[in-house]
Every structure is written in structure tokens, then in C-alpha cells.
Design a protein around this ligand. Structure first.
Ligand code: C5P
Length: 220
């Protein structure tokens, strides 16, 4: 078929992953969660005792990363060197360390190269989600979207997602801190030229998916 790359950026808690996955299902496209790649690299660094402040060491870890990641919206798996890390990469320890890894430019260069390779392997028919997809990884994507939500809506979703096991204040601080660290590398809070903003603050999941599909159909 024709090329159809749908690039979706946004902060944590915007509902980006679940919305992107459903959009891929509905459009019968492949799906790539680039955040999971940064998380997998972070898992490797923590597992191997790599100093996260040592840029060259983190870059070397990225180059040596043996990664298998699902590119289908119908399954979810991530393996590092044959070890299943699908659940481990969602642990708070990874979320707390991932920004340090993601701000290492050499590591970004390597992961961006692999992301572009995966898009090519899927004949440019893929939904790709992250922080720098619309601007860096796939600036020529047919569809480029920034999925936003008010801080209030994002924290509400976060709280629900984590089952309310930690207190709300602590959660709010963690999410805010990660966004602040992440925004030192890529500006994912403002839409770049040609990027359509979809604010999901007042929308439920189904409405957000419909709005995203509406944007795709309005463009292609
Ligand atoms: O999307 P998710 O919250 O799982 O991403 C985890 C982390 O990976 C982000 O907090 C950010 O540090 C990093 N990331 C990135 N660029 C991307 C996707 C994720 O720097 N394209």
C-alpha cells in the first residue's frame, strides 16, 4: 500500500500509547512505542550497572542493546538480550531513571537510527509514538499529531492507571519531574509547524481515538 506514517507525540499521561495503539489497529498499520525503547535501554543500563552520568558508557550500551520489540498493535513484548522485560520496563525505578538515559545524545542517535530502520522495514506504514517523532524521527510523516491533555487530566489518568497505590502528591511530583527533565531534550509541549494538536482533556478514550482517526482521514 501507500506510505502512511502516523507520528504521534505527547507527554506522559496524555493517553498517547493506548490511543496510538488503537489507531494502528483501526488503520491496520504497524505500531511502534519508542518510549519502550528508551525504557529497554534504561533497563539494560541498570541491569549492567552502567553509570547513567557517563554519556559514553550509555551510548555504548545503546549500541550494544540487543532489542526485540513488538511492532504490532495486537501484541506487547519487549526483550533485551533474550530476557523478557515487558513488565519490568514499566516499574517506577525505570520511569525515574529513563530521562537520564534519554538525555544522552549518543544514545538518542542510536535509538533514532533504529526507529527509522523499523519504519522502513514496515514499508512506511506505521503509527509511531513518542516525544520527537513529529520533529526528528519522522518529520516527513504523512500525519503528525501532538496529543495533549491538561495537567489535571493527565494526573487523573495517571492515578487511575497506577491503581492509587501511591499518594497523589508523590505521583504528581514524579510525573512533573520527568516531564521537566524530558523537555530539556525535545519540546513536546508545543506543536511544531504542520503538526495538528489534539487536546484530549475533555474527551474519553473512544472520543480521542475517533478524533485522531478524523485527523488522519482529513489529511490522507
Ligand atoms: O512514553 P514513555 O513515557 O514510556 O517514555 C519514557 C521516556 O522515554 C520518556 O520519559 C522520555 O524520557 C523518553 N522518550 C524520549 N523520546 C521518545 C520517547 C520517549 O526521550 N521519542
Amino acid at each position: 500500500g501507500k506510505s502512511l506514517v502516523v507520528a504521534i507525540d505527547g507527554p506522559s499521561g496524555s493517553g498517547k500509547s493506548s490511543v496510538s495503539k488503537e489507531v494502528a489497529r483501526r488503520l491496520k498499520l504497524a505500531y511502534l512505542d519508542t518510549g519502550a525503547m528508551y525504557r529497554a535501554l534504561t533497563w539494560l543500563c541498570l541491569d549492567s550497572g552502567t553509570d547513567l552520568d557517563d554519556g559514553a558508557a550509555v551510548e555504548a550500551a545503546a549500541e550494544n542493546l540487543v532489542l526485540e520489540i513488538s511492532t504490532s498493535p495486537l501484541e506487547d513484548y519487549v526483550r533485551v538480550g533474550g530476557t523478557d522485560v515487558t513488565l519490568a520496563i514499566r516499574e517506577p525505578a525505570i520511569s525515574a531513571a529513563v530521562s537520564a538515559v534519554a538525555t544522552t545524545l549518543g544514545a538518542r542517535t542510536e535509538l533514532i537510527r533504529r526507529q527509522r530502520e523499523l519504519i522502513k522495514k514496515h514499508h512506511h506504514r506505521m503509527v509511531v509514538e513518542g516525544r520527537d517523532i513529529t520533529t526528528v524521527v519522522a518529520p516527513h510523516a504523512e500525519v503528525r499529531m501532538l496529543l495533549t491533555a491538561s495537567a489535571e487530566a493527565r494526573l487523573r489518568r495517571r492515578g487511575i492507571q497506577l491503581g492509587g497505590s501511591q499518594n497523589a502528591e508523590q505521583l504528581a511530583a514524579q510525573v512533573t519531574l520527568r516531564d521537566a527533565k524530558d523537555s530539556t531534550v525535545v519540546n513536546f509541549t508545543r506543536a511544531a509547524d504542520g503538526v495538528v494538536t489534539l487536546d484530549s482533556s475533555e474527551l474519553d478514550f473512544a472520543q480521542t481515538v475517533d478524533a485522531a482517526l478524523g485527523i488522519v482521514h482529513g489529511i490522507v
